[in-house]
Design a protein around this ligand. Sequence first.
Ligand code: AMP
Length: 495
Amino acid sequence: MTFAHLGLPTALLANLEQLGYHKPTPIQQEAIPLALKGKNLIAAAQTGSGKTATFVLPMLTTLMQGQTQRKKRARAIILAPTRELVLQVNDRICEYGKGVGLASMAVYGGVDVQAQKQQLIQGVDIVVATPGRLRDLYTQRAIRFDEVELLVLDEADRMLDMGFIEDITKILDTLPEDRQNLLFSATLSRPVRELAKQAVPKAIHLSVTKNEESAPDIEQWITTVDKDKKSALLSHLIKENAWPQALIFIETKHGAAKLVSQLEKRGIEAECIHSGRTQAVREQILADFKAGKIAYLISTGISARGIDIDNLPLVINYDLPFPADEYVHRIGRTGRAGAKGEAISLVSKDDFKNLCMIESRLDHLLERREIEGFAPRKPVPVSILNYVPKAKREQAQGEKGGETSTSQTEKGPKGAKEKRREDKPKGQSKSHEKASPYKGNAADKKARPAKAKPRSNETGTGSTGDRGGKDHRSEYKAEQKPAFNPWTDSRPGKK
Ligand code: AMP
């Protein structure tokens, strides 16, 4: 199958040819013909699957017919969770739609609003926006929605996690009813399904996560180390392996800045991005990293989703994220578009609980490799698989019994709180549903080199409040008994 078979216009085909896209990815094959017919779609598309082109190409095709660039009006709106993703999607629109006479712009907060208002006055066809800033512009009458023909919700689950539901709902209320709607999400959790009911009526559901072809090829392994030795170990690994590039994730912005100076003291140049840095600086650093001018980029979770870096060979988790889905999103920055990737995690005893959740989430233990000279004084035990946090278990049991869970108050592990404060605006939802397209063989409980595998037709559990437990030991004991596991047992609304 080629792009020409999908019914795209020749101008777009020529651009794709120039970009070296010879064959549509599975999600593109499935979704583009339906989107071209004007259908509403809900797609569970995993990161790196080529989902941007999936919604941009039919959108450009539709918009090429009709009047363009009317003052203060947009004909298509794409909502995305972060500024970085907004900019990236806008760049893609420029590439895919080169020479077709359509105008698009990126709208996001943290920068002067006047320039954005000015651009809207001149007229655009496509607005790619974070929900908060778009709502502000609408309230200030800088944009009108009466001519919107198309709406895309990209990374819908992340937008909800970040507390954008109110902004999205307000925007939806003001859009013309007669429009095409496309929703893309890594997980189809209950909050996402609720949003989809409102935003994407009568939709066709698509999921390509079951397709082997789209599974990223990521070699994952961990090494255990004492917390106070992590920066020394990282420096050692960087020097030993002379990696050309690595994206290093860390939980807190303070930790990111500290790690940069620790690496510098050991003669390794690195940069960091987090929400404490200005938008201009973040953009410049990301652009430099993408261009290969920066070898080692330390980032908080702001880069975990959507951000596409060509041929990034390696992701390092300096600490393990919470919730477990975040791990999947982080490592998804490597092994994109059919390339091979590697993901290494530095795990100290403090990370044990997160490790349990991640390995349970993946359904297999991650291979452990010992680095000489860094064996921890405080060993990290082997995880118990099928770990389900107490709150989640109780909630699942409550749901089974037709009750609402009362145990929503458990706190996440250390570090999770600061991360949430850092990356998420106020009023965020507590939804952290299971997302991973990666899954190992459930029967194989032994540690082994882990290749990312797709989870078949993942729809999530719809449960909320996965914040871990206060005392993990008591939870592990409880875990020895057969317990309802909302990650593997029946899933409400599973398609
Ligand atoms: P996305 O999931 O949209 O972020 O895309 C992931 C990566 O795949 C990006 O680098 C795209 O440029 C690339 N890509 C998307 N579609 C194709 C295709 N059909 N052939 C080759 N590369 C693609």
